[in-house]
Design a protein around this ligand. Structure first.
Ligand code: FES
Length: 112
């Protein structure tokens, strides 16, 4: 992990089915192949957890992150809100890396 940041293992790649999302406490992660996008689980609208239905972060097509409380949509690749009351805001992204052994790493203090 760059910049002398102490890393923490979030999970194994196979803990997240490809194309799906999973919550990890204050964080959630979306897997697309060997790429994992990680965000703080807090909607920029009023700060609640995005998964109003626990563990459900994506739309049916699994093409967008959704906050079901007031129907905000966020791009998976950068967390930018394209629809809803917080349009133009972004989710708080967490730098994540997947190593050759398939461990997903995030900064030690991410989400805490
Ligand atoms: S709290 Fe997420 S859209 Fe309102």
């Amino acid at each position: 992990m760059a910049g002398g940041v102490t890393p923490r293992a979030l999970c194994r790649l196979e803990d997240i089915p490809d194309g799906q999302a999973r919550g990890f406490g204050a964080l959630f992660a979306i897997r697309q192949g060997r790429t994992v996008f990680v965000y703080v689980n807090s909607c920029p609208h009023i700060g609640v957890s995005l998964d109003v239905i626990p563990g459900r972060f994506l739309n049916h097509q699994r093409s967008l992150i959704v906050c079901a409380l007031h129907n905000a949509w966020f791009r998976i690749e950068d967390g930018f809100c394209t629809h809803g009351p917080c349009i133009g805001d972004s989710l708080e992204a967490v730098a994540a890396e997947v190593d050759a052994e398939g461990t997903v790493w995030v900064p030690e203090d991410a989400g805490w």
